[in-house]
Design a protein around this ligand. Sequence first.
Ligand code: GTP
Ligand code: MG
Length: 272
Amino acid sequence: MGLTKQATGFSTLRKNFLPAGSEGYVVALAGNPNAGKSTIFNALTGLRQHTGNWPGKTVLQARGRFTHQGHTFTLVDLPGTYSLLANSVEEQVARDFICFGRPDVTVVVVDATCLERNLNLVLQVTEITSAVVVCLNLMDEARRKSIVIDIPLLASELGVPVIPTAARKGEGLTRLKDVIAAVATGALQPVPTPIIYDDDIEAAAGQLTRQLQPLLRGRLNARWVALRLLEGDRSLLPSIERFLDVKLTEPALHDAHAAMTHAACAALAGRK
Ligand SMILES: Nc1nc2c(ncn2[C@@H]2O[C@H](COP(=O)(O)OP(=O)(O)OP(=O)(O)O)[C@@H](O)[C@H]2O)c(=O)[nH]1
Ligand SMILES: [Mg+2]
């Protein structure tokens, strides 16, 4: 069918990103620059932190440990990004960790004073994984600017928990840890609201998703990969080959692409 599998070798993907001995549940902290990720990271992990570079990259990796409700968590502070479309090395690092590092929970830290801009990243993350918690940070600033956010409505529209925090003051962090623990242990299972595209995009994505599923075997969200490939993002292919040992060839991609109208391709690519 034009998509070929090279090998099936697959053990633990995390070892590509984290040193041996990273304990307990793995929690990724994603978010736009300046949303407060490092402030939350420092508040949660205190002095139990290590820094180094992401493997093969000159981007700083900060990871730390905390315990809560009897569980141990390794928290990983991802580089600040506006998207996961691998337009920069930071975006690639964040995307690859969320996709292939298989965190148990991904916390997306968003700036409550400019929610709309920040939600783009939330939607990109929830297209990849359902184990997502939104941390609505800078609530003190939002209050100061008289910005009112209907948090239950936001949570139900997104389909994932939304926890308000003011990290610099330590507000909301215990609740954030409660919800991280609930999602990590499976006590709480978010169901992100799916993003539905135009009919011709959905038709092509469905066709390609069905071809990808047996190759990816649940190790990566096939629909998300299909959408990226349809919008012309080939930067995923080397990562899929490297981390999943699966080589995707071009003919099937061309077929699926040809099934979409030019306008639909442009609309999907335009999401960047
Ligand atoms: N008022 C207020 N300031 C905050 C809050 N959280 C973080 N800050 C401040 O916002 C600034 C940016 O915070 P960081 O934690 O460095 O943000 P970041 O997301 O790690 O930024 P990058 O690493 O550049 O992506 C710092 O000056 C923090 O002190 C908050 O809840 N309220
Ligand atoms: Mg930071």
